[in-house]
Write a new protein. Sequence first.
Length: 488
Amino acid sequence: MPGPKRERRARTDEWASIKQWTLWPEQELYEQIRPLVLFHETAGERAKEIDVPQRTLSRKADAFERDGMQSLFSSGEQGGARETRNSLPPEMRQLIVDLHAEHPSMSWREIAEICYIRYGRRPAHHSVKHLATAGPPPSLQARRYQPWHLIADPAERKLAVIRLHSEGWSITSIAEYMQTTRATVYATLQRWTEEGVAGLEEKSRARKGPRKVTLAVQNEIRKLQENPLLGKWRMHTALKRLGIELSPATCARVMAANRQLYGLEKLPHSLRPKLEMPFKASRRHQYWSCDVRYIEEHLLPDPRPVYVITIFENFSRMVLSSKISATQNQWDYLSVLADALRRYGAPEAIVTDGGTIFTCTQAMQLYDMLGIRKERIDPGEPWENYAETLFSIQRRLADHAFSNARTWPELQQAHQTWWHNYNTENHFAHRERQDGRHSPEAVLRGVLGRTYPEEVLSRVLYATQFTRYLDKQGYVKFKHCGSLERMA
């Protein structure tokens, strides 16, 4: 006997009416995605009509096109259990269990990705978790591949990495499973990509190019190490002057080996916090600095100290004029200053300490006539005008030669050698310049300060070079010769 006749409803597209007529969640889900599947309506348009997230609609529509009506019954806790037990093929379920047993730290999403690569189907990660912990027993009784260091054949261990990667294992999982580093896994895969089968063979790690540190280079470093004050940077610049290109780090390694082999001395190095320079120049000839250094270690017959008077430019750190002298009076300083002025013009300012030779009447008159501003560093702070840095480099480059000088010409030659080498070698302060100019001479590159005609300079400098004073009796003393000449 036929059942009761159902009342016919009018067709409508109004979602509120359709929703109240649906009896099951699967029926409601189907009505949500039906315009997307049948009429190719966009997920954004449908989401506005029924007030459901656009991404949810898009994902459900894709699942329906892929799995058909079965996708309508795979949502929620009950649907997840149904997918794990009924919908996944047995070989996929066994793969999930075996992967978890072989590498327990592998993530559920990574296992799902491996299933997708092998079978073209990506199970939900919560389904993977449920099946891995409550599924069938694993079929693997031992590891498929031994750890990296236990595989004797280099080709075999690299092939194991490639196979795991082709299955979908991540770099991290492969490195953990093979008990090696991620860098090793990356290098293996890169060689496989670039070289193919040839990349499986072990390559020699022997040096391909010629060695920079030859016995001849080591011997040059050993000879330069006779000066124990040279550090790795100054050794690097000294070798560069000889045409030998070695990095400071390589110089340090060779110097350490020489010290151990020959018992050479190494002086302790003290670090001091870097302070802001008050007279740091931002342009050439903005500041000149001058100072006097005592040289007490020498072999001259007269054991008294000798003095190095030096004027240098703060921007390039170039030594403009320098003199080694047995005395340190205002005439010695003025002769050095006059030489610098004739060579490079006049600076904007000159920076010294409070020494009387820098502030004597003749010097102050000279500053005033040439428009040079006189600046002074704080007492006991030679670092403020870079004098401490300059003399520290001089100590490393020249003190060994100064201490072995037995005659005055040898001392002057050591001073001239230091002056030339300092200006032409790379300076640590210029190491980061991008224009290729790393020595003081290259940074200054011949730029002059305020220049004056020669007749003007001769008139200004005449008094500083030739003026002498008479005593009360009318006598003058000249160069400590011991003879006095009565002026008419």
